[in-house]
Write a protein that binds this ligand. Structure first.
Ligand SMILES: NC(=O)c1ccc[n+]([C@@H]2O[C@H](COP(=O)([O-])OP(=O)(O)OC[C@H]3O[C@@H](n4cnc5c(N)ncnc54)[C@H](OP(=O)(O)O)[C@@H]3O)[C@@H](O)[C@H]2O)c1
Length: 356
């Protein structure tokens, strides 16, 4: 740390690690600004330009973002179609997960220190920028064997899978689970975590993904374009994890054992149908947790589960990344889409944006 001659008595220093560094008083950052991708209006284009750097509260951490990842949630929020339940403050910086390095900590923070490599999911977005202020409770230590790009792809999908399986689905060793959309970002973690927990894993996916899904723990893959899962399944299952919705969710009641659990990450579950079939039905929403992420980080570090990055773009190319992911998300954000099953996109792995 180099102290400013003019202000030596008042403890000013120059942060040399920072590209846009300025002289700053210790403990109170004053930064010139940062690059970020923002949405100015619902349904509008993404713009890449300079914005003020966030400041932190006593219980927050300022993270210098290395990478972030693209989620359907970014596009859904940006479209405005769900603004009643998923409101955003415009202009809005998207990005619900990231990896990076702790730049500064609030005065109440003891769990981490400047220089620590971290990763996390956050509920409000903001990671499509060079710096992000976040609460400490959701932060995990970046697994040492993952690159920053791989680490940024982990928090949303893996924690959604964990909470879907164990918090809401009450999955136990020896049970059987059916995972719809098993080759997607969330589905792949669900397959790996369920297999690791000692469950028998059946997944629906496109046939091309069968070998991939077998390699991460699925004992059976049903090609959703060729067969109706409820017609080909010989035995009923204890848990269905629904990452597809619509008719797929409706038909899932037919394959659940009495007392089983239908957990959907995509749409509400009919309580009337659930009662009729004597099962529980819940739509889950990810609650980012440093504890859950810590457990996932350990599994990644020991090689029990692995991340999957499909494509890496530079942050300034976020709009192109959104076009790619929109292929699996029809009618959102005014982007044209081939819809599920469309050719052209690798059907598994996350799209990552390199920030620094
Ligand atoms: N509630 C929450 O907190 C939460 C958190 C994270 C994600 N989500 C939601 O969960 C869903 C999955 O997210 P993701 O990131 O995993 O998406 P993703 O990576 O796009 O994966 C979706 C997968 O579903 C497959 N698929 C499409 N139609 C199918 C069908 N009829 N049967 C079986 N598989 C089918 C797709 O395969 P093809 O390539 O063949 O189309 C793709 O592999 C999204 O709707 C997302 O918004 C919710």
């Amino acid at each position: 740390m180099r102290f400013c001659r003019a202000h030596r008595g008042r403890r000013w220093w120059l942060a040399q690690s920072s590209r846009d560094c300025v002289w700053r008083p210790l403990g109170r950052f004053v930064r010139a600004g940062m690059k970020a991708v923002r949405l100015l209006e619902y349904g509008g284009q993404l713009v890449f330009n300079d914005v003020p750097t966030p400041t932190i509260a006593r219980d927050e951490i300022l993270v210098k973002i290395k990478s972030t990842a693209v989620n359907h949630l970014d596009l859904v929020k940006a479209s405005g179609t769900a603004r009643q339940i998923l409101p955003i403050d415009l202009p809005w910086i998207p990005g619900h997960e990231f990896s990076g390095v702790v730049e500064q900590i609030g005065s109440d923070i003891a769990a981490c220190a400047p220089g620590d490599a971290v990763f996390a999911a956050n509920e409000t977005g903001g990671a499509y920028g060079e710096y992000l202020a976040v609460k400490a409770a959701a932060i995990g230590r970046k697994p040492s064997n993952l690159s920053f790009e791989e680490a940024a792809s982990v928090p949303v999908a893996s924690q959604t899978a964990w909470q879907g399986l164990f918090t809401h689905g009450h999955l136990e060793k020896g049970q059987t689970i059916l995972i719809h959309g098993g080759a997607g970002a969330v589905g792949a973690y669900a397959v790996q975590l369920a297999w690791h927990a000692g469950a028998t894993v059946i997944a629906t996916a496109r046939g091309d993904d069968e070998a991939y899904l077998n390699s991460i723990g699925a004992s059976r893959v049903i090609d959703y374009r060729e067969a109706q899962f409820e017609k080909v399944l010989r035995e009923k299952v204890d848990v269905v994890f629904d990452l597809v919705g619509g008719d797929t969710q409706k038909r899932s009641f037919l394959v659940l054992k009495e007392g089983g659990h239908l957990v959907s990450a995509v749409q509400p579950v009919s309580q009337k149908e659930a009662a009729m079939h004597h099962v529980s039905g819940v739509m889950m929403r990810l609650t980012p947790s440093g504890d859950v992420l810590g457990g996932i980080g350990r599994l990644l570090e020991e090689g029990t589960i692995r991340p999957d990055v499909a494509t890496v773009y530079a942050l300034r190319d976020a709009a192109q990344a959104w076009k790619d992911i929109a292929e699996n998300l029809p009618r959102v954000h005014g982007l044209s889409s081939g819809g599920p099953g469309s050719a052209g996109r690798k059907s598994h792995g996350k799209i990552v944006l390199r920030v620094a």
